[in-house]
Structure formats: C-alpha cells, structure tokens
Design a protein. Structure first.
Length: 573
C-alpha cells in the first residue's frame, strides 16, 4: 500500500495505491481527514474501506461537505460507498475490447502445433454453424496420415473437407490444411502450394494467416493454440494490422508447448489471451447473429450462456453453471445493459479478459435484495420454537449461508443477544462474493432500509428499540460493536465447498431459489451432513423446497412452515 500526498492550490491531493489498507495506512488516512484543508481522495486499486474510515468520511462530509471529494477507480469500492449514500465519482476502466470485435465475420481460422489437437476439436465443436468459412491448420509431419478432417466431422455440423487446389471457398464449410502443402486463400479460392517451408513448417500458419488478412481484412477471426516455435507470429501481425480479431490461447494451458502462443503475445500481435473455454465463448458470441442484440431467449442464447459460464469458471473459479437458467439469463441480460455493452460478445470478451470488468459483473449480477428481519413470521417461529431448544447447548454453532451483505447474519446475532445466548455462540456467515463480504464486515448498511427493518422486527416479535443495536446516522445505519465482533465472515461456495462444521442452526434463505434442481438437492444433503441431530434448518418461504427437503431427510417443524428438523430427530420425539 502506498499513500502519496501533494499540496495544491485547492488543497490536498491524496493518491491511495494498493488493494488493501494496512493499519498504518488507515491511521494516516484518518489523520488526513482531520486536516482543515480541502482533501481530494483518489482510490486507485482499493477494494474496500474499513468501517472506521467510512465513518470518518461521513463525519467530514457532514461537517464540511465542500471540503472532501472522492474518486474511486475500482468498482467494488465505488459500490460500497455509493450504497452508503456517500458522494463518490466512479471512474470505470476503459472497455478494452469493445471496438476490436468484428461487426461482420466472413472467415474463421484455427491453428496450432504440438498439444493443440484437443483444443482445436474442443473449439470447433462449440462454433455455431453460420455462413462463414472456417480454416483449420495443425502442424503434422509431411509423411504422416492426417485424420483431422475425419475427426472434426464427428464434432461439428459444418461441411468438413480437405481441399483440393483451386477449390472454391464456400460459407458453411470447414477446410483442413493437408500435410505437406501450404494452404492459402485468394480471390475466393483455396490455393495449395509446395513453396519452401516457413519456420520449418509446411503447412505454415503464417502463410494461411497472411493470405486471410489480404483476402478478408477486418472480417476475419483467428485463434492460435499451443505449439513450439514461432510460426504464427508474422501471420498474427498481418491479421491485426488488417483489423482482424486475433485470439491466442493462454500459454499456462500448454505446458512445454507454450512457445508459439507466448511469442505472439509478447510481440503484441494479439487482442485477447484466454483459456480455451474463453476462446470458444468469445468466438461463438462473435459468430452468433447481430452483434448489437442479445435477446436472452432461444436455444442459441442458451448455448452462448453455457459457454460463458464454463469460461467464467475456468478463468476465475466463479461457478454459476448450476444456477437456475431462466433467472440467470434475465440477470445477465440486465447486467449487460446496465454496464452499457451493445452485445453479448463485447460483454463476454471484456469480462474474461479484464479482472476489473469481472468485478463489475460480480457487483451488478447478483439480486441484492436484503433488509433486517426479512420474513418476520420465521423470526417469530425462531423465537418460539428454536431459541428455547438452542438454550440447552453449552456452545451454539450457527451458519448463515449465502449471507450477501450481512443483514440476515446481523439479525441472527441480534436475536441471540436478546435471548442472552450470544456469548455462547460461534456465528459463521458465508457467501461466494468477496465484495459482499467486505461490505458485511463493516457493519454499515443503507439508511433506506431503516423503516422496513423496524416494521419487520416488530412483526417478528421484537419489542426492544432498534437503536440499541443498530444506530441510524446521517447517511447509513451502524451495527453495534458487540454484534460486529460476534460474526465470523468467510468466503464459501455452496456449489463446490464441503461441510466445515456441525451446526445447531443453519439459515439459508432466498439463495437456492436461483439453483437448478440438481444443485438444490446436493446442497440440502450437504446441510444434512452439517447439522447436529438436534439442530434446525431454515429455508426461505419462496424457495419451494419442501418436497426436496423431505427427500434429503428434513421435516417441517409445523405444517406449511419452512423451519425443519432432521427426520431421525422427529421420529424420536
């Protein structure tokens, strides 16, 4: 972390570099905020601010609004401050790829050498069949029988041919370069020549790519996969100069055969460097229809979404593949529009190639509906049925799964404190989104949820003053220090992470409604393995999981309710 301060005519210009604040940097920021001079804060990489810094910012704004300006260049921090009614200028990163994607594509080229066969087959099998010509070239020995055309025919609905000299190029056809010949394209024809080897190779990637650049210009999309040597560097340079889109496989996927894609990357002749799933996702989006629209409907868009989710998991380990598809499709479409992308191809390319765009997506994509004591009828049942039972345990372990920005976890801590059980509790709150967890840890919440939270608290049987544990400030609500210290926030994925404790109470509401049936079933069985035999599971009233919960070994405590106990326990009562 680095903080630099410059004195200017208008006051202090403060630049904050680094993703996290060290304690000494936090102290320095607090001291700067106490300065009488106007302060301009520029946060370049910071992901989140701790609660005491946010409160100091609010205090300064309340006392001297004109004496503080805030710029955030990192989307998570900007979102955190705007959520708390803080005036911040969000400086979004420039879209890195919006203008390089072809408006119309007439030709696609895939090429590679060592360890590229599986990558080529994978990508070809995922290309939508549209009116483009596809050219495939893999280095093989000249005396080696090339079976690539036969292999690809089993993986695509394109017409696959190993061309003859002067064969006409036709849309909807995939041309495989034969061994021992350079394959070039000119004047609408395929040329096969026995010219000298280039980079010790015949067929040559450079020769094919250069001919495509001359024939199609900016209407080409080329993909270069694993290989040894430097064939393809000059060809990619020619394509990029002609305005074509050049995609290169991430060398980390190639093992010892990374020299070829790395050479193109280091020479600066590529637009995007992605893993194979990312290449397939971007290529499919570019080929599929009008680049300015994404309806979010139909088989084509579902196939594109599947490819994107696979690439998203490979690139960032962010797994949305088992989310309920219709809901996720709507959210992706809404996110795309909110972020200003004109096409799915632009959105996918930006998110997969730029971590900052991925973070923007993580902020915009989730359904961020939360308040304190939601579904008050369940909090009433917790008071009457669950808490008296939990009182019998000397140590109470609680899990709030899918806690988002923390309102539900703080509500649970509040309830335990009312029943004088908090000192005996270990309360774990987990979510897959690290930025939501950063916000939850601060214990600061939008003031706009104050009235709703008060009403829900009363409807759920609460009789104490909310101000005792949730103090309203001028800009936001602040949970008490006692509640903040009681909750342990951790990143955890319900999709892939296993059980990590045995709990007397698990709450997971309005989370699994977005999962598909297989994942819902898997998570419920995980909860069953994580729950004490005398424990309780709380699901959301809108989750619609009653039948599946019974299948997983749970029975509702009361008919029609959504608080469950293990079947074995019910049988013993």
């Amino acid at each position: 972390m680095s903080i630099s301060v410059q004195e200017r005519a208008g006051g202090l210009h403060v630049a904050v570099l680094g993703r996290r604040l060290a304690p000494e940097d936090a102290d320095r920021l607090l001291a700067l905020l106490a300065e009488p001079s106007p302060v301009e804060l520029n946060f370049y990489d910071l992901e989140a601010l701790p609660g005491d810094i946010v409160e100091a910012l609010a205090d300064r704004l309340d006392k001297l609004a004109a004496g503080l300006s805030i710029k955030a260049y990192h989307a998570p921090l900007a979102h955190q401050l705007m959520r708390l009614d803080m005036p911040v200028l969000r400086v979004d990163p420039a879209p890195p790829v919006a203008e390089v994607l072809p408006q119309a594509c007439r030709a696609v080229a895939l090429a590679g050498s060592a360890q590229s066969l599986d990558k080529i087959c994978y990508t070809v099998s995922r290309l939508p069949v549209v009116q483009v010509a596809v050219f495939v070239l893999q280095h093989v020995q000249e005396n080696q029988l090339n079976q690539l055309d036969k292999l690809l025919r089993t993986r695509t609905d394109y017409r696959v041919v190993m061309p003859q000299h002067l064969m006409a190029v036709e849309p909807g056809t995939l041309y495989v370069a034969p061994p021992g010949h350079h394959m070039k394209v000119a004047h609408g024809l395929v040329y096969l020549t026995r010219d000298a080897k280039r980079q010790w190779s015949r067929p040559s990637i450079d020769a094919l790519f250069e001919s495509l650049a001359a024939e199609y210009g900016a209407q080409v999309m080329a993909m270069l996969f694993c290989g040894l040597g430097s064939d393809g560097v000059e060809g990619c340079a020619a394509l990029k100069k002609a305005g074509a889109l050049v995609l290169v496989e991430d060398g980390d996927e190639c093992g010892i055969a990374r020299a070829m894609p790395d050479a193109v990357r280091y020479a600066g002749h590529s637009h995007l460097v992605l893993k194979r799933s990312g290449l397939a996702s971007v290529a499919a989006c570019v080929l599929q229809g009008d680049p300015h629209t994404f309806s979010g409907e139909g088989a084509h868009d579902n196939a594109l979404l599947d490819l994107f989710l696979e690439a998203l998991f490979d690139q960032y380990s962010y797994d949305l593949r088992s989310y309920q598809r219709d809901s996720l499709m709507r959210r992706v479409k809404q996110t795309l529009l909110r972020l200003g992308w004109r096409s799915l191809a632009q959105f996918v390319a930006a998110v997969l190639s730029d971590p900052r765009q991925f973070e923007l997506m993580c902020i915009e994509l989730p359904v961020g509906v939360s308040s304190f004591f939601r579904h008050p009828e369940q909090w009433q049942e917790l008071r009457e049925t669950v808490l008296p039972s939990l009182n019998s345990f000397p140590l109470i372990k609680l899990w709030c799964a899918g806690c988002s920005t923390g309102e539900e976890a703080y509500s649970l801590a509040w309830l335990m404190d009312e029943f004088q059980l908090l000192d005996r509790c270990h309360l774990f709150a987990t979510d897959i989104n690290p930025h939501a967890l950063d916000q939850a840890r601060t214990g600061l919440f939008p003031r706009t949820i104050w009235a709703q939270s008060q009403e829900q608290y009363r409807q759920g049987g609460g009789a104490q003053a909310l101000e005792d544990r949730l103090a309203p400030g001028s800009r936001f609500l602040r949970a008490s220090e006692r509640l903040r210290q009681a909750i342990l926030f951790y990143r955890h994925s319900l999709l892939e992470s296993g059980s990590f404790n045995e709990f007397q109470l698990i709450i997971c509401r309005n989370v699994m409604i977005y999962f598909d049936a297989n994942l819902q079933r898997e998570v419920l069985h995980r909860f069953a393995r994580s729950l004490h035999e005398d424990g309780f599971l709380v699901l959301g009233p809108q989750d619609g999981l009653a039948a599946m919960a019974l299948e997983a070994g749970f029975v509702a405590c009361r008919p029609g309710g959504h608080i469950y106990r293990r079947v074995e326990r019910i049988a013993h009562v």
